[in-house]
Design a protein around this ligand. Structure first.
Ligand code: CP
Ligand code: NVA
Length: 319
C-alpha cells in the first residue's frame, strides 16, 4: 500500500520512523538541491526559514560532525543556535520534563544527543511547541541515516533494489539505517557476532515499513553479508557510553574488521562507508579507509545538507 503523503509539518524527528517514505525522499531531494545551491555559493537559501527562530543544542556525549553541521545549518537558514552547556544535566539537576517545559517557552527547536531514546520521547511529549531532533541516542541516529542515503544516491543513482551491507555492532547507527533502507526499498545485509545483533524490535519495525521488496537479512559471517553488496558500512565496535566493554568488544569484533579481502568479496566497485569517528586497525583497516572506495567524507559533508533540509521541513511541510 502506498502511504498517503503527509501535508502537516511534523513536530519532531526522534526516529527515521517519524517520517513516512515520501517525506524521507523529499528530505533527500531538498538536501540535494541545497547542496547544489551551496556549491554555487548560495549558502543561505533565500527563504531564510529560521529567521527569528532559536535552536537550542544539548549534547550529553562528544560530537564533532553533528554539533558543527547543526550549528552551520541553523545559521545558514537564518536562525540562532543556542549551545546549552552539559551542566544542564538532563534529569539530574531537574526532571527532564521540566527542562523541556522551560525550553518550550523560549526556543523553537531542541537538538539533543543523549543516552536513552526514552528520555528523548519524554522530552518531546512534555514540550508541545518545540520541534525536537534526535542528534544520537544509544538506540538511534536518524540524522546520520539521511546523510548516508543521500551519499548512496549520489554515487549509485536510484536506490531501489540496491544492497547495503553493515558489518559490526547492531547499534544505533544500523538501527536507523534499517529503518531508512526499508522505506527506500534498499536491501540491508547485517553481519554481527552472536549477542551483538540488531535488536529484534528494530527488525520488526523495519519489516513493517519495508517497501519495494526491501529485505533485511541477518548474518554472522561478514563474507556472506557483503556478497552482492553495493556498499559496505561499518561503525565503531565500542559506542559512546560502552567504554568499559572496549577490551571484550575488540576481541569479539576482530573477525568483523573491514579489510581489502572483505571489500573484494563485495560487488566490484563497492563503496566503503563509515559514520565516523573511525578507528583504523579496529573496525576498518587504514588501506580501506583511505581507498578510492571510501565515501566517508561525503557522508560527513552531507550531514549539513540533510540537516538544513530537515530543519526546513519540520517548520514548513512544503519546504
Ligand atoms: N557521525 C557523527 O554523528 O559524528 P559526531 O559524533 O562527531 O557528531
Ligand atoms: N555508534 C557510535 C556512533 C557515533 C557517531 C556511538 O554511538 O558512539
Amino acid at each position: 500500500m502506498t502511504p498517503t503523503p503527509t501535508t502537516a509539518a511534523r513536530k519532531d524527528f526522534l526516529s527515521v520512523l517519524d517520517f513516512d517514505p515520501p517525506e524521507i525522499e523529499r528530505c533527500l531531494d531538498l538536501a540535494a538541491q541545497m547542496k547544489a545551491d551551496r556549491s554555487l555559493g548560495i549558502h543561505a537559501p533565500a527563504s531564510q526559514v529560521l529567521n527569528g527562530r532559536y535552536v537550542a543544542m544539548l549534547f550529553e556525549k562528544p560530537s564533532l560532525r553533528t554539533r558543527t553541521t547543526f550549528e552551520i545549518a541553523v545559521r545558514e537558514l537564518g536562525g540562532q543556535p543556542i549551545i546549552l552547556p552539559s551542566d544542564v544535566a538532563l534529569g539530574r539537576r531537574e526532571p527532564v520534563i521540566d527542562v523541556a517545559r522551560n525550553l518550550d517557552r523560549w526556543v523553537d527547536f531542541v537538538v539533543i544527543r543523549t543516552f536513552s531514546q526514552v528520555v528523548l520521547t519524554e522530552f518531546a511529549a512534555a514540550a508541545p511547541r518545540l520541534h525536537v531532533i534526535n542528534a544520537l541516542t544509544d538506540e538511534e541516529h536518524p540524522c546520520q541515516a539521511l546523510a548516508d542515503f543521500l551519499t548512496l544516491r549520489e554515487r549509485l543513482g536510484p536506490l531501489r533494489g540496491r544492497t547495503l551491507a553493515f558489518v559490526g555492532d547492531g547499534n544505533n547507527v544500523v538501527a536507523s539505517l534499517a529503518h531508512a533502507s526499508a522505506m527506500l526499498g534498499v536491501n540491508l545485509h547485517l553481519a554481527s557476532p552472536e549477542g551483538y545483533q540488531l535488536r529484534h524490535a528494530v527488525v520488526q519495525q523495519a519489516t513493517a515499513v519495508a517497501r519495494h521488496g526491501a529485505r533485511l537479512r541477518l548474518f554472522t559471517d561478514p563474507v556472506d553479508a557483503v556478497a552482492s553488496a553495493d556498499a559496505v558500512y561499518t561503525d565503531v565496535w565500542t559506542s559512546m557510553g560502552q567504554e568499559a566493554e572496549a577490551q571484550v568488544r575488540r576481541a569479539v569484533f576482530m573477525p568483523y574488521q573491514v579489510d581489502d579481502a572483505l571489500m573484494a568479496a563485495a560487488k566490484p566497485g563497492a563503496l566503503f562507508m563509515h559514520c565516523l569517528p573511525a578507528h583504523r586497525g579496529e573496525e576498518v583497516t587504514a588501506e580501506v579507509f583511505e581507498s578510492d572506495a571510501s565515501v566517508v567524507f561525503d557522508q560527513a559533508e552531507n550531514r549539513l545538507h540533510c540537516q538544513k533540509a530537515l530543519l526546513s521541513m519540520l517548520l514548513t511541510p512544503t519546504a
